[in-house]
Design a protein around this ligand. Structure first.
Ligand SMILES: Cc1cc2nc3c(=O)[nH]c(=O)nc-3n(C[C@H](O)[C@H](O)[C@H](O)COP(=O)(O)OP(=O)(O)OC[C@H]3O[C@@H](n4cnc5c(N)ncnc54)[C@H](O)[C@@H]3O)c2cc1C
Length: 253
């Protein structure tokens, strides 16, 4: 029996699994999927979880059932490519593999900014988006939300919170001269205009240097905020970053 282990049941993992199943895998192959969650979660909808505009159930999808596929739900803490095994938190017995597929996704990149990890909310996992949602949705009227990072995720988070909570003060911190720096001017002006009309303040040329409880420092100025959401970049999952393989400049193996 050949043991294929697929770690991470996100978009990439599910795509790989469906392709294997659609291609009639040989009978002597057994696939084990490992994920921390007992369902596939639609990461592209986590901004709506954060804003409270979608219910949890709407972003969860059951994993496919197949006689050659089994599932283990738990937190992966080690990928040992020398011994070809995966270790899970609280589980003495490791999962051994002959072939390994990795789809663990990415996590926030805090760029070494002190306090960013501790004092900001994340939208990178379903559990962190739920936590952010509780904070945002429990805010009293006129509270301040700050979204750090004006790429696609930051834009989605800020606009969805605005549509969900017209009473809140929302500001978006943008590192450059315009939001969505990777997009063309037409898209940039449309988005900027939408934020202007919907009273979302944009701070261009931002440079967040330090974050503490309820406050962050932008270009040397301390700015208070009831909730701070971090959407200022991602990097590969730490388990993948620690693999003993050559990495590119984005830390990908
Ligand atoms: C708010 C938001 C909006 C987005 N919108 C878009 C969009 O519109 N279009 C687009 O193309 N992309 C979008 N993206 C990016 C997109 O979600 C990612 O590119 C995509 O999810 C990457 O797929 P993946 O399979 O590599 O990782 P993921 O989908 O993140 O899957 C990783 C899986 O690994 C599991 N996992 C991770 N670590 C562990 C561990 N230690 N133990 C066990 N399991 C673990 C997770 O539970 C998860 O199921 C968005 C992202 C966000 C945050």
């Amino acid at each position: 029996m050949k043991r294929v282990v697929l770690i991470g049941g996100g978009y990439g993992g599910m795509n790989a699994l469906h392709q294997l199943l659609d291609n009639n895998i040989p009978k002597d192959v057994q696939i084990t999927v490992i994920d921390r969650n007992p369902y596939h979660s639609l990461k592209t909808e986590f901004y709506a979880i954060t804003a409270g505009t979608k219910a949890d159930k709407e972003v969860r999808i059951d994993f496919p059932l197949h006689e050659q596929v089994s599932y283990i739900f738990g937190e992966i803490i080690e990928i040992n490519t020398d011994r070809e095994l995966i270790r899970l938190k609280g589980n003495e017995i490791a999962v051994e593999y002959d072939y390994l597929l990795i789809g663990l996704g990415c996590e926030d990149n805090y760029h070494g900014i002190q306090g960013a990890m501790e004092y900001t909310e994340s939208v990178q996992s379903i559990s962190s988006a739920r936590k952010a949602s509780i904070k945002v949705n429990n805010l009293s009227a006129y509270s301040q939300v700050s979204v750090v990072g004006a790429g696609l995720s930051g834009i989605e988070v800020a606009s969805e919170i605005r549509e969900s909570r017209p009473d809140l003060n929302i500001r978006l911190l943008d590192r450059g001269a315009t939001v969505l720096s990777a997009f063309d001017e037409k898209v940039q002006s449309y988005v900027e205009e939408w934020f202007r009309k919907n009273q979302v303040e944009i701070l261009h040329h931002s440079n967040v240097e330090l974050v503490a409880e309820g406050i962050f420092y932008n270009n040397g100025e301390g700015i208070e905020s009831d909730v701070i959401i971090w959407t200022a970049g991602v990097r590969p999952n730490y388990l993948v970053r620690s693999l003993p393989f050559e990495k590119d400049r984005h830390e990908k193996s």
